[in-house]
Write a new protein. Structure first.
Length: 239
């Protein structure tokens, strides 16, 4: 048995700034897939039904960077969607935010198993699953999309990289992709994203690329604060 942290939301307006206390629950569950238990995670469950279809809501999977690894689950809320839902309880997406252990790297196969387990226990629309991550999580976003391009309606890798070549690019050319990077990034050079975007364009990929001219490694704060990202996610679904 394993402790899983679930954040319950209680309001009903998209991106409302009203302050309310967060109801946090800890509960035990049976490990339906043992390898999925490799990751502790936060799961935000929407009470806002604005985006619900046939009783199911879309899901955003967020993969954090190297700085948020460890065994303190609250670290996952430092950046990105889990930070947003901490302040805005009316967010109408499920948000799955696993945590990578200290001194380890994201494992795409384990993430797929975790995703399947979470989907099996919640009212998630499998045609509207969106994947995003920053830095180390940006790398993992590319890797996970290549492993299971059939599972994601759209991906948004931020300041990440990949060993992308023409073959690998072909695997995800039909996955809607919006990549982001800071031109002044000295941690993960801009070229890491530029090379992938070029490979995708060369095979006719469905890709957008935003470069922040004055941004360093932090190209995620502006990205996740932009409502257009979430509108773009919702413009895509699996057929």
């Amino acid at each position: 048995m394993k402790l899983i942290f679930v954040i319950l939301c209680t309001t009903c307006l998209f991106f409302s700034a009203r302050s309310q206390s967060q109801a946090a629950m800890q509960f035990s569950k049976t490990k339906t897939v043992s390898i999925a238990a490799a990751y502790d995670y936060l799961l935000f469950t929407p009470s806002n039904m604005e985006l619900q279809e046939n009783g199911k809501s879309p899901l955003i999977i967020f993969l954090h960077g190297a700085g948020e690894r460890g065994d303190d689950i609250d670290l996952v809320k430092v950046h990105g969607p889990p930070k947003i839902v901490e302040a805005n309880k009316d967010f109408p997406f499920y948000v799955l935010s696993p945590q990578c252990a200290s001194d380890s790297w994201w494992e795409a196969e384990q993430l797929v198993m975790l995703m399947d387990e979470v989907i099996s226990m919640n009212d998630i629309d499998e045609t509207r699953i969106y994947l995003t991550g920053l830095s180390m999580g940006g790398y993992a976003t590319w890797d996970l999309a290549q492993l299971r391009p059939d599972r994601f309606a759209a991906i948004a890798p931020i300041c990440g990289g990949s060993r992308m070549n023409a073959f690998r690019a072909t695997l995800i050319k039909n996955v809607a992709t919006w990549a982001f990077h800071g031109a002044m990034d000295t941690v993960v050079p801009l070229e890491a994203s530029t090379r992938i975007v070029k490979a995708l364009k060369n095979v006719g990929g469905d890709v957008k690329f935003t470069i922040y001219p004055m941004a360093g490694h932090d190209s995620w704060t502006e990205t996740y604060a932009n409502p257009k990202l979430y509108e773009w996610f919702l413009a895509h679904r699996l057929k």
